[in-house]
Design a binder for this molecule. Structure first.
Ligand code: ADP
Ligand code: MG
Length: 414
């Protein structure tokens, strides 16, 4: 029986709190897993940025990446390691780079998801270039923005086709406001999307591999209160629908980690933003939900590293489209899409693995989130984000919410 060590790389930028917690809990787990005839330990290390030979080997089995969406050199190193070294990475870097919100809307419309009516409009202004004037002169049709707005109906949302972080998003009440906001939108290529209005519930479903976590979301609250602490806010059937929706999206795009926003109106859940392959991961936004995320990251990355789960190098959309072409009610199609997703995420095998090899994880994490080290990780994140005079109060706020989570999830006898 060989003793082997699997290595997990953390490819990080501004993240502070979750890596500290992840590293410390992984150390405390002291893994020595009997798997496939080997005894397997798992270590992690932060990936550094440096010149690399395209043929050099990669020392990681799994990389948790948080940089690909904006930092090219790390993205290209990851691509090389997937293509040449059998690396498993979260998330698929090609997919993160090219599947903007627009693509995600189109694909999920094709699968039958109730995405609100959405149009794309050419931008108000352009970066000058040699070919621009002849192209626009020959082909750009004059259009009446009011007609497009009328076809969609008001209120509507104007937002970038490749959005993220609420940049340039506006809620538009009428045609005059649409014209004004469009004139101000400059070079940004915009979608106009029917508002789900009024909605009676807003949920974010965080997906991590086959694990999902539902949170009622309050977009009008200050940042630290947007992920609410509500419980029992939807029925079991609705929870299953949102899980199926999220896993379908994530498996389709090769995103192991993503967050799907959906709004409910008249009993229908409308997904409105689900191209979030680098979602909120900080204690300062997730607070009482933060331990769930750290534990989910640990479970899935350890599973992928120990079992050497093969990275799916192509997205292979055909099975989804084959279901879409069938004459079935949407809910049944969604169930079939989710079955493809559960198979790709190996849900059953993953759950068995966790039960057999990671049964101590919940308790180790629960203990850790009550330590001074955990509190220090929170404080460091708060210090990076808040003005000096608020550091103490917000550290206590997030600490208190995580302690509330500990009270609710305390193991028997603790
Ligand atoms: N169709 C819509 N109906 C209702 N609210 C919407 C709609 N689209 C966007 N919003 C609101 O605007 C916010 C930002 O839009 P979103 O599409 O999530 O952009 P981003 O990708 O920047 O997060 C959402 O969280 C939601 O509160
Ligand atoms: Mg959003």
């Amino acid at each position: 029986m060989a003793r082997v060590t699997r290595k997990i790389g953390l490819s990080l930028g501004a993240d502070i709190c979750w890596p500290l917690c992840y590293e410390q809990i992984l150390g405390k787990l002291a893994l020595d897993i009997d798997f496939g005839g080997d005894r397997i330990g798992v270590e992690c290390e932060r990936v550094t940025i440096e010149p690399f030979d395209l043929r050099q080997p990669c020392r990681y089995d799994v990389v948790l990446d948080r940089l690909t969406h904006w930092y090219g050199p790390s993205r290209e190193w990851i691509k090389k390691a997937i293509l040449m070294d059998r690396l498993y990475v979260l998330n698929n870097p090609w997919s993160v780079q090219s599947m903007e919100k627009h693509t995600s809307y189109c694909a999920m419309m094709a699968l039958g998801m109730p995405i609100p009516e959405t149009w794309m409009v050419p931008p108000k202004a352009y970066e000058p270039s040699a070919d621009l004037a002849p192209t626009l002169k020959r082909y750009a049709q004059l259009f009446d923005l009011g007609e497009v707005g009328g076809a969609i109906g008001y209120p509507l949302f104007m937002k970038p086709y490749d959005g993220g972080g609420w940049r340039d998003v506006s809620r538009i009440a009428d045609e005059a406001a649409l014209r004004k906001r469009y004139d101000e939108s400059g070079k940004v290529v915009m979608h106009l999307q029917a508002a789900v209005d009024p909605f009676d519930s807003f949920v974010r479903c965080i997906g991590f591999g086959p694990q999902t976590h539902l949170v009622r979301y309050d977009p009008d609250a200050p940042l630290h209160d947007r992920y609410t602490r509500d419980k029992d806010f939807i029925s079991d059937d609705e929870a299953q629908l949102l899980r199926d929706t999220t896993l379908t999206i994530n498996a389709f795009f090769g995103w192991d980690f993503n967050s799907c926003e959906a709004l409910r109106k008249n009993g229908v859940w409308y997904p409105i933003d689900f191209a979030n392959p680098c979602p909120d991961s900080q204690v300062t936004s997730l607070h009482g939900h933060f331990p769930w995320l750290v534990i989910a990251k640990l479970r899935w990355s350890i599973y992928c590293a120990v079992t050497r789960k093969a990275f799916r190098r192509t997205l292979d959309w055909s099975p989804f489209y084959e279901v879409a072409a069938q004459d079935l009610p949407y809910r049944e199609k969604l169930r079939a899409y989710a079955a493809i997703a559960e198979a790709r995420f190996e849900t059953t095998r993953f759950e068995e693995f966790c039960a057999q090899h990671l049964s101590h994880l919940d308790e180790v994490a629960w203990e850790f989130f009550g330590t001074a080290d955990a509190k220090e990780a929170f404080r460091l994140k708060v210090t990076a984000l808040y003005p000096k005079h608020e550091i103490e109060a917000f550290t206590e706020l997030f600490w208190g919410r995580v302690q509330a989570w500990r009270s609710e999830t305390a193991p028997k006898g603790a």
